[in-house]
Design a protein around this ligand. Structure first.
Ligand code: ADP
Length: 402
């Protein structure tokens, strides 16, 4: 069996797969790690359990999830877990694909901590804990940044002094790569065409958002960059705005760096404009009730996404399909319709009925025969992590046999 671990600063998501990464056997979420009121939500087939208890640290979270998996009602033999796939947020330009973890890989993930100070340390804790519990399993690192390593220099270098890139490694990295890679593959399957012949624009619209231009299977322009704020506005993050504003906030309004950090990461985007929280459902509810700030937030969000789609169609000199994914992209017909409303000049024509139809499956929401397809593809980062882990385990075995 293969276990996937996605360790955040205060949460841990896990899924247990069969060895081929085809079937999910169990899944769960440990939240509010480090607080006295932590929670674990676990599900394995018909068995579901939620427990509220203090979870002091990630080690306790791992112990707890193993207890749940080994619980008689779940009935898994933990000794049969021979692969553990770890989500790692930042691999910088050191990793262009998933790898089997060894001491060198751990050192490299540590080296990227200054670039992802909230995420990589949590990922490392998960790796260390799991390696202690499963010393004989193959542990793999699947990076959010790896898929975007195919960006050309004209996309990843910022128009800042060259030395900042050459000496300090400051450049665009992009995130949500595991999701974009999975979604691109599924989109090609749905279109019945090889991925390496397609120009795709993936709109990963969740709490965090990435719009990505994927040309012939290679990511060439993800909208997040050095950090996770640029591109379109998000649940709590601003997306693009004039960086001179930061100087103004500091000089004229006396804000310090921590305050500006909170402002752009936590207090902007939907939460900042609509004022009713970071959830698109609440924004739409407010809009329907006549709240002008909710209407504005909705309009801004859709306009920013549309603008990126237009820009990426220009960058690739065309597009075969616009693909929606993640919480908003998969579930919110209203947002999809508003984004697509401005894309008819590209040749995209929405099928309103198909767009409105609730479904959890990958599907077309465009009119038959339109020059540009419109698709909804559910993302599945865990499955991608499990598949990479399964492939690396096989490669390891073949290496040993040779
Ligand atoms: P994360 O980036 O945290 O993984 P998700 O991809 O799960 O986020 O997306 C979460 C967001 O999806 C929620 O904040 C909410 O705005 C949005 N969402 C989920 N379901 C719906 C829905 N039915 N309609 C509109 N928005 C939705």
């Amino acid at each position: 069996m293969i276990l996937t671990l996605n360790c955040g600063s205060s949460s841990l998501k896990y899924q247990l797969f069969d060895g081929c990464a085809e079937r999910v056997l169990a899944k769960g979420l440990v939240s509010r790690i480090g607080e006295t009121r932590g929670r674990i939500e676990h599900r394995a087939g018909a068995f579901a359990e939620t427990r509220d208890l203090a979870i002091p640290d990630h080690a306790a979270a791992v112990t707890l999830l193993l207890e749940m998996l080994g619980h008689a009602a779940s009935g898994f033999d933990l000794a049969a877990i021979d692969g553990v796939g770890h989500r790692v947020v930042h691999g910088g330009d050191a990793f262009c694909e998933s790898v089997t973890i060894d001491e060198g890989v751990i050192a490299e993930i540590e080296a990227w901590v200054p670039f992802a100070p909230l995420h990589n340390p949590a990922n490392l804790i998960g790796i260390r804990e799991a390696m202690a519990v499963f010393p004989n399993a193959t542990h793999t690192a699947v990076f959010d940044t790896a898929f975007h390593q195919t960006m050309p220099p004209e996309a990843y270098v910022y128009p800042l002094p060259w030395e900042l890139y050459a000496r300090n490694g400051i450049r665009r990295f992009g995130f949500h790569g595991t999701s974009c890679r999975w979604v691109a593959g599924e989109a090609a399957t749905l279109l019945g065409r090889p991925l390496d012949e397609l120009k795709l624009i993936v709109c990963h619209l969740g709490n965090g958002c990435t719009i990505d231009a994927i040309e012939y299977g290679r990511s060439i322009d993800p909208s997040l960059g050095f950090g996770t704020v640029s591109g379109v506005m998000m649940g709590t993050r601003s997306g693009d705005f004039d960086p001179v504003l930061i100087l103004h906030l500091a000089r004229s309004l006396g804000m310090d760096l921590d305050a500006i950090d909170r402002l752009i990461h936590k207090q902007s985007g939907l939460v900042g404009i609509a004022g009713v929280g970071n959830d698109m459902r609440d924004v739409i509810e407010g809009m329907e009730a006549g709240n002008p700030r909710c209407r504005l937030a909705f309009a801004m969000f859709c306009r920013m996404v549309r603008k990126y789609v237009g820009a990426y169609a220009a960058v690739m000199d065309g597009v075969d399909a616009v693909v929606f994914t993640a919480g908003i992209g998969e579930n919110c017909a209203r947002v999809r319709a508003e984004i697509c409303r401005g894309l008819s000049h590209l040749g995209l024509a929405l099928d309103e009925r198909a767009n409105e139809e609730p479904s959890a499956a990958a599907r077309s929401i465009g009119r038959a025969g339109a020059a540009v397809a419109a698709l909804v593809v559910p993302t599945d980062e865990e499955r991608m992590i499990a598949l990479d882990t399964s492939a690396l385990m096989r490669a390891g075995q073949e290496g040993l046999a040779a």
